[in-house]
Design a protein around this ligand. Sequence first.
Ligand code: TXA
Ligand code: MG
Length: 330
Amino acid sequence: MPAQIYHGTPQNLRRLAQVLRRGGLVAVPTETVYGLAANALDAKACRQIFRAKRRPANDPLIVHVADLRMLARIAAPNDAVAKLARAFWPGPLTLVLARISAVPDVVTAGLPSVAVRMPAHPLLRRLLRLCNLPLAAPSANPFGYLSPTTAEHVQAGLGRSIAHILDGGPCRHGLESTIVDIRDPRRPVLLRPGVITAAQLRRVLGVAVRTATRRRTARLPALAPGLLHRHYSPRQPLVTKPRITAAMVERAHSDEAWICFRKPAWADGRKNIFWLSARGDLREAGRQLFALLRRLDHGGWRRLHAELVPANGAGLAINDRLRRAAAPRG
Ligand code: TXA
Ligand code: MG
């Protein structure tokens, strides 16, 4: 039986809060991507998340909180948290902090740290307040596949393994949150780029933000398991291109699809040309990325080509996701 999709009426929210309080799973909308939520303080409930997603146990979960009081139930804040919270919360920023012992091992995959974020989506905020519990929630997709940005995407990927989906409409950002490890506030480390950039973090923190390179994470795989190289992947092969030109398209088979950043002047009359934002807006491109990849993944194309976008603002996160989606299978 498929999952039931609920609209955010007060009555439905009360019902779903009850499901969470009793140890159940609910797929929830956030401003980034949809998440699959459970009570973060209930190890048994969190184990079900891993089962439903077929997620390996060594990939820790992000915990969502309503406010800083709730954060103090799971993590030890420092000065940097207060600064970043004032600037960016509620919003698409996840902080890796020292965990406190109430957090079950299954949530953090046994790490001494816990990833926390205060989401901005109004329905999830209401749900967090109603159940008054921190909610562990990874993206609501089968492990390794593209993140869902609508309730229908969640239904398509997990509908047979979960019972409840809260529909909050299409996600505003469409890209997963920025993750930064600030356990040492003088040496913050960016673990995953998102719409909040390292440059923005640096302006608020007053110190440089290092990027976790693959080399560094290869030496320390347990510290940033989410940086698995291949991730967010369509089933069809995907190749990134610095630029897509009409000549390239003409040389290729007609059953290959081309994803441009903006609408090319030569697109008209060609059925295999797609774009992330007609007018070249990075925010819109971010919002469309996973939805378009998903649609094309089911479109019978033999191969997808995606053009890298300008490397600033949300563009850094878009290019990161495109490169991961294009990484060789293995
Ligand atoms: O926008 C988001 O962050 C969405 C929504 C639902 O909030 N969530 C999300 O979760 O993208 P997920 O599980 O797909 O990605 C979270 C990543 C994981 O890959 C995990 O490795 C990393 O966060 N992570 C979680 N806890 C960590 C920790 N203590 N240290 C380092 N990385 C951690
Ligand atoms: Mg994910």
